[in-house]
Design a protein around this ligand. Sequence first.
Ligand code: AVI
Length: 314
Amino acid sequence: MGRDARRHGEQQLAFLEDVLQGLARPQKALPPKYFYDAAGSRLFERICRLREYYPTRVELALTKKHIREIAGFAGRGCVLIEYGSGESLKTRLLIEAVRPAAYVPVDISSDALDAAVKRLGRLYPWLRVRPLAADFSRPISLPETRGRRVVYFPGSTIGNLAPQEAHAFLRMTRGQLGPRGAMLIGVDLKKDAAQLHAAYNDAKGVTAAFNLNLLARINRELGADFRLRRFRHYAFYNPARGRIEMHLVSLAAQRVNVGDHRFAFDAGESIHSENSYKYSIAEFQALAAHAGFRGAKVWTDRRGLFSLHGLIAD
Ligand code: AVI
C-alpha cells in the first residue's frame, strides 16, 4: 500500500472513531474539523462571501488598510508559516508586502496544498514555497529554514477551539517559533448578539447546508444513514460562554446507523457540531500572555468587529 493510501486509511479510521465517540456522549457532538471535505470547503467559501458573514470581509479590509504596518511587524525576509493552505487574498497581500525568504503553508489536505503551491508558483516565481501536509492542531516539525519565524493564522479559526484548547495551541505554537518568533492571528470580537446570530443564520441557508453537509459526509464516507430532512441547523449566541453554538437538531424520534453501530435520537435532541468563541481584545491578549506571548500590536476596524493581533514570543 502506498503512503497516501495508508494515510487516507488512518484518517478514515480516526474519522469513524471520532464520530462513534461523539454520538455516544450524553450531549451528542461532532468535531468541527470534519466540516471541510470538498463539498464543505466549497460551502465555506460561499459563507465567506455572504453579506451577513462579516469576518472575512472585515479582516480583509483591515489587512489591506494596515498592510504596511503588518508587514513591518512580520519583517521583510521572514519565514512566513501559514496555518491553512494559503488560498486567501489576505495571504497574497502579506506575501507581496513581506517578500518572505520562504513561505510554509501547513494544511491537513494535500490536495489543497498542491493547488496552493501551483497557484503561488505561477503568481510569485521568486517565492520559495515549502508546503507541509500536517494537522497543525498537533505538534508538527517545521522545515529547517533560516530566518525569523512568523506564524500567520487568519480567519479566527482559533475561535473554533475552547479557550483551554486555544491556550494549549498557542503555547505549542510559541514553542515552535524559536528566538524572535512572532504570530499574526485573526480573532473575531464580541458584539451585538443579533449581528452574530445573523452571521450564522444567513438568509440563503448556506450555513445550514454547511452544517448539514457534516451528516451527508458521514453517510458518504462511513456508510451511515442519516436522513438529512430529519435534522435542522440551529445556531445561537450563548452570551454566558461568549460563543456561537451550532447544532443539528433531530426533528423526530429516530434511529441512525453508522456502520454496525446504532444511535437513538429523541425529538428535539441535538448534535453539537461547532463552537465559535468571540473574544474582547483584552480577553484575547490575556489568553496570549498566559501562553507566553507579548501582545505587541492590535489592528481592528472602526466598528470593532474583528481584530488582528501581532504577538511576539517572549
Ligand atoms: C472557520 N471558522 C472560523 C468559521 C467560524 O466562523 O467559526 C466556521 C463557520 N461556521 C459557520 N460559519 C462559519
